[in-house]
Design a protein around this ligand. Structure first.
Ligand SMILES: NC(=O)c1ccc[n+]([C@@H]2O[C@H](COP(=O)([O-])OP(=O)(O)OC[C@H]3O[C@@H](n4cnc5c(N)ncnc54)[C@H](OP(=O)(O)O)[C@@H]3O)[C@@H](O)[C@H]2O)c1
Length: 371
């Protein structure tokens, strides 16, 4: 009889996603040699030591340390997964900085693809060797191996390689939820997507185009404008050179857009509201520049606007919803609607550099960490 380890790599409650504590001032990432590895002793015969990124205190990218941690056997309803590709998402930055809270210390990361190395007692429907992906919860994917609940994992179709799957799970399901459930984009709609060359942004543009919408994207640079155009934007606005609201009025003959997908927040809120048509939807799904709060209700009145702040997790909370969303994403990879740009890969141990680049707006498309 074996005894499970008490200190497995386990994520904090997904509810901590939604508590908003203090945001410390932005810290710069200074390149420096990795800290000495923390060598822990196994508490029982079942645990193994694996390398993982750990955050012991909130801060800049340098707060992420490469350490050894213990990973125990899977318990009831769980599987152990050896990660082969780990997706980097802006939400990982929010947790590292404390925009969203998690008990310290924690292992960041909310998306990975890997191979099942053990299944919990009595678990059916999963076996060692299965290739699985998960996105959203639990946190802890910046690790060589981790234990997750079996019901958050989905099978990766053999036609989709590990890196593509890791690059698209969280971002693709977010795009699905935003375009098909939060606001149902139809042919004839005009949509505005901020950060159009980003991880989620590039998928929103490709998918909205395929749905028959006219797609307007905003980006910071010429290089990103070229990506956005290749990804289905009919019009690209380089916001560092042009006024977004003025250009949207020109493009739409003064009518405005039916929906704005805004993940930038503070810096874009005002323009987003100006760009909306009468009875338009502001879908505020992130705050890479900070939160625009507080928003007075009176802002909505002049055009009878709708405002929503969705989380992908709230739309993929049941097993059926998760399988539906992931299925739509993989189907659209297979049929060519979604082309995945894995523009940046880093060794897992260099997660800090990936975060520094993401926060400095140096990245486009998806970012992967390779264990
Ligand atoms: N609600 C949900 O369920 C959900 C799920 C997934 C992601 N998200 C949100 O979606 C957004 C995009 O996530 P992602 O992982 O795909 O990242 P990303 O879009 O690849 O990267 C962020 C991009 O935002 C733009 N940006 C504008 N102002 C910025 C600032 N002050 N700091 C950093 N970037 C800024 C930059 O593009 P330019 O250079 O073109 O300005 C940057 O490249 C994030 O806000 C994230 O929280 C929400």
């Amino acid at each position: 009889m074996t005894t499970p380890c008490s200190t497995r790599l386990v994520a904090p409650s997904p509810l901590s996603f939604f508590s908003i504590p203090v945001v410390p001032s932005a810290a710069r990432f200074n390149s420096r040699p990795p800290p000495p590895r923390l060598l822990l002793r196994c508490c029982c015969g079942n645990a193994e030591m694996v390398n993982a990124i750990r955050v012991h205190e909130l801060g800049g990218p340098e707060a992420m340390r490469w350490e050894q941690v213990e990973v125990g056997p899977p318990g009831d309803g769980e599987i152990r997964v050896k990660n082969t590709a780990v997706g980097v998402n802006f939400i990982d930055v929010y947790f590292r900085k404390g925009v969203y809270s998690a008990p310290l210390p924690f292992t960041p990361g909310m998306e990975a693809v890997g191979v099942v190395t053990a299944v919990g007692p009595g678990l059916t429907g999963r076996k060692v060797g299965d290739v699985v992906a998960y996105a959203g919860k639990p946190m802890g994917s910046y690790a060589e191996e981790q234990v997750i609940p079996a019901d958050v994992a989905v099978s990766v179709p053999p036609s989709v390689d590990h890196r593509t799957a890791a690059a698209i799970m969280l971002k693709g399901m977010t795009a699905h939820v935003l375009l098909r459930r939060v606001f149902k984009v139809e042919s004839g709609h005009t949509v505005l997507v901020h950060a159009a060359a980003g991880g989620v942004g590039s998928l929103l543009c490709q998918w909205a185009n395929a749905l028959g919408a006219t797609v307007i994207g905003t980006v910071s640079s010429e290089e990103k404008a070229a990506h956005a155009a290749q990804d289905g934007c009919h019009h690209v606005i380089i916001y560092t050179k042009e006024d977004v609201a003025t250009r949207v009025k020109e493009i739409t003959d003064g009518k405005g857009v039916n929906v704005v997908y805004d993940s930038v927040g503070k810096d874009t809120y005002k323009a987003s509201m100006e760009c909306l048509a009468s009875r338009g939807f502001l879908v505020s799904f992130g705050q890479s520049s900070g939160s625009p709060d507080p928003i007075p209700m009176s802002d909505l009145a002049p055009k009878s606007l709708f405002l929503t702040r969705p989380s992908m997790l709230h739309y993929t909370g049941t097993r059926d919803e998760l399988l539906h969303s992931a299925g739509e994403v993989f189907a659209n990879v297979a049929n060519g609607v979604l082309r995945i740009r894995v523009n940046h890969t880093y060794p897992l141990s260099e997660a800090a550099q990936a975060h520094a680049d993401l926060e400095a707006r140096k990245t486009s498309g998806s970012i992967l960490l390779i264990p």
